[in-house]
Design a protein around this ligand. Structure first.
Ligand code: ZN
Length: 335
């Protein structure tokens, strides 16, 4: 067993098995960001902000599969392409959370270069802050959503993804999906090893306690900023915080390969779970953050057309007989 692998084996103190297969399967990686799921107290304000202020498409409205009295809302590009997806659980009456260590502490959205003035004006005129900052030599705006969740809009050099055109945001300024996400941990050593050795990511740059990890060529949608902060407060789950971050896998076979690797390293992954629009495996990385591996397919067109995407309430088949009661218990999203 190599030195590096023994270190990962120490993860939760469970012995590593199946090391012999590592070389053969090394090319299977979690290739980029798939979606991010956060918590909102107010689904109506959430829809208004993400569609009307940020100009994203509501690509799916469904319910929490474990609690059909609460929405699960998905925003993204025209078809909900992996890497463009922000999703929200509605937790009615939940307390406000605290963003901190052991959490995804920042969401970075990709905007075209030269569009930050437009976004600063648009955010401020809608009543949201827009603080300019510089990171890794690139400009960004820092703001919050209606639940107080930190969001950043980055002026990205190269992002070939098209924006959603069904919005009043002019094409030169349309957002193109997630650029990256910031994960904040108290000590980063074991998190780094999981990113590198189990998920196949690479460290590309460091700046002021932050290291940028990339998958693939490291374009927007393919990076994570790992921030080590030994003294900050721990995050507390609740509204205005991120619940989990999902990384992409090409297909079920890739997910199963990565799952086997996580299992062998003692990361305790969940079984593969059918989420209708993708297949998921969940695990907690050593810094305490809940991560998911989500397949690129089958995608959001399995139950709606490109034209009608996000317009109807899509219920898993288990809730279909109670459809009227489920709808009656949900708040209206119109404002
Ligand atoms: Zn998820």
């Amino acid at each position: 067993m190599s030195k590096q692998l023994s270190a990962v084996a120490a993860y939760r103190g469970i012995a590593l098995a199946g090391v012999r297969h590592r070389k053969k399967k090394k090319e299977v990686v979690a290739a980029g960001l798939h979606h991010l799921t956060a918590v909102t107290a107010d689904p109506r304000a959430n829809v208004a902000f993400y569609t009307r202020v940020l100009g994203l498409r509501l690509v799916k409205r469904t319910v929490n599969f474990d609690d059909p009295s609460a929405y699960h809302l998905y925003y993204g590009d025209a078809t909900g392409t992996p890497g463009t997806l922000l999703t929200f659980f509605h937790w009615p009456g939940a307390a406000r959370g605290r963003v901190g260590v052991g959490q995804v502490a920042g969401i970075q959205l990709s905007a075209p270069r030269g569009s930050l003035e437009f976004w600063a004006e648009r955010l401020r005129s809608a009543g949201y802050p827009a603080e300019p900052r510089l990171r890794f030599g690139e400009s960004l705006l820092s703001t919050v959503d209606p639940d107080g969740m930190p969001l950043e809009i980055l002026a990205c050099r190269e992002d070939p993804r098209p924006g959603w055109t069904g919005t009043d945001v002019p094409p030169p300024h349309q957002l193109r999906g997630m650029a990256g996400a910031e994960i904040r941990v108290r000590a980063s050593g074991r998190t780094r090893r999981v990113l590198r050795e189990l998920l196949g990511w690479r460290e590309e740059a460091t700046e002021a306690g932050r290291s940028r990890w990339i998958a693939d060529a490291g374009r927007p949608g393919f990076w994570l900023d790992l921030v080590e902060d030994a003294s900050a407060e721990s995050g507390r789950p609740g509204t205005g915080t991120v619940h989990h971050l999902a990384l992409r896998t090409a297909d079920i076979s890739a997910s199963e390969t990565l799952r086997a690797r996580l299992l062998a390293a003692g990361a305790g992954p969940s079984p593969l779970i059918d989420r209708t629009y993708f297949q998921s495996v969940y695990f907690r990385e050593p810094g305490g953050i809940l991560l998911e591996l989500a397949t690129d397919g089958p995608g959001f067109l399995v139950d709606e057309t490109p034209e009608t995407l996000g317009s109807g309430l899509m219920l898993p088949s288990a809730f279909a007989p109670a459809r009227e009661a489920v709808i009656a218990a949900l708040p209206s999203l119109d404002s």
